[in-house]
Design a protein around this ligand. Structure first.
Ligand SMILES: Nc1ncnc2c1ncn2[C@@H]1O[C@H](COP(=O)(O)OP(=O)(O)OP(=O)(O)O)[C@@H](O)[C@H]1O
Ligand SMILES: Nc1ncnc2c1ncn2[C@@H]1O[C@H](COP(=O)(O)OP(=O)(O)OP(=O)(O)O)[C@@H](O)[C@H]1O
Ligand SMILES: [Mg+2]
Ligand SMILES: [Mg+2]
Lengths: 224, 224
């Protein structure tokens, strides 16, 4: 389903290059459950952004269901992304002027789902994350971990084929973290492909397949 | 040095109140090392914001070196804050258009420290956090954990009397996290008061004194 071959991503700052991804090869099948771990700055978020079509590699190929997507233009990328990927960002990226409920329902609004159906699905998603009583709060009226859970509810509400979660438990206490991992694993059991970047070994070791990165390269790839 | 008596903080959203802090009493002596732990939404960040004079309680008293500071106006609060507190925010709050070096040096710039001295202290602080080769990067050109370390370097550069660190290791791998905790503990050994909010028990248990919060209240306060 997902095939990366010889992927490279180099950033240039003030003339000096930063090799964020170097010669990355990765094959993922539909329904797989992967974790990506590695030191700060090793390229995990950059890899997730390339997979989620939020960034383009400078080298190599990215085949999604056999189709080359690494070289699509912005509009084409956005179309593929909207229907295939749910993204949990490392820093949430919630819309500041919208309430928790409006943020969670935003993908449904963009997809044209009628209001009654949308409200029902949003209420369910917020309840599952323990945030029913914060539905009317804006992001600046929520704690760090509450914002993170709103971001997770938003990423899962469209039942995407692939969820890319970047540090989904970084701001959560143990109980909330386990609740969130439980929601993601439940979606994976129902067939969704799940790729989780994490610093927490307790989260990373739950995955069926564990990838380790160092200095932009995949240094280990273990299946259980 | 710090004395909170009967402190309360209630937020009102759409008419319904959220009691973020309820009847909080806390005494901290100069040079203490405290950790604050508790579930997501239990009031940890709100307590830190009140201590750092970034927010005001609705009830109770806040005495800093015997002086009531809970009712100061914004200008007075800012003056006390600039010279007494270093703040590591849960989401860093770096200035987007400034480089890592400019962000770290900002408190020194505001305090009127001459450029040669400032550059030397900034270079030292960045090297201590392992970011010497990212000095010219802006926040959007840094990884999550690299931004977090820039925020920590900025909070410590003025050698404040008190460091309030909100989740300082949430986005860091184990090695970087230990490096950061090491920097903070080193400053504490030299007399700085250190208050760390964390979800990571491995970090929380290093403190001399451990406070636990639940639903806006201090539910436990253990000294080793
Ligand atoms: N837009 C950018 N411009 C320049 N350099 C960048 C950019 N984005 C990332 N980098 C650099 O690329 C490297 C990889 O960054 P990335 O965000 O992928 O790391 P990461 O593994 O997610 O780290 P963390 O665990 O700290 O979040 C880092 O050294 C970073 O400084
Ligand atoms: N500006 C605000 N307006 C309304 N409610 C708020 C505001 N800030 C915080 N709250 C609410 O107050 C409670 C405490 O929030 P706080 O940010 O202190 O929690 P926390 O312990 O830091 O949580 P986390 O571990 O998730 O960061 C939460 O339930 C939150 O929804
Ligand atoms: Mg990252
Ligand atoms: Mg918080």
């Amino acid at each position: 389903m997902i095939a990366l071959e010889g992927v490279g991503r180099t950033f240039t700052v003030g003339g000096s290059p930063v090799h964020a991804l170097v010669d990355v090869a990765l094959a993922v099948r539909a329904g797989d459950y992967l974790s990506i771990m590695g030191p700060s700055g090793s390229g995990k978020s950059t890899l997730l952004n390339v997979l989620g079509l939020l960034d383009r590699p400078n080298a190599g190929r990215y085949l999604l269901d056999g189709r080359e997507v690494g070289t699509l233009n912005d509009t084409e990328q956005a179309a593929v992304r909207l229907h295939q990927f749910g993204f949990v960002f490392q820093f949430f990226h919630l819309v500041p002027r919208m309430t928790a409920a409006q943020n969670v329902g935003l993908p449904l609004t963009l997809a044209g789902v009628p209001a009654p159906q949308r409200q029902e699905r949003v209420a369910q998603a917020l309840a599952a994350c323990g945030l029913a009583d914060r539905a009317g709060h804006r992001p600046d009226q929520l704690s760090g971990g509450q914002r993170q859970r709103v971001a997770i509810a938003r990423a899962t509400i469209m039942n995407p084929q692939v969820i890319l979660a970047d540090e989904p438990t970084g701001n959560l206490d143990r109980a909330s973290g386990e609740q969130v991992v439980g929601i993601l694993e439940d979606l994976n059991r129902r067939g969704m492909t799940l790729i989780v970047v994490t610093h927490d070994p307790a989260v990373g070791e739950r995955a069926q397949r564990r990838i380790h990165m160092d200095d932009g390269r995949i240094s280990a790839d273990h299946a259980r």
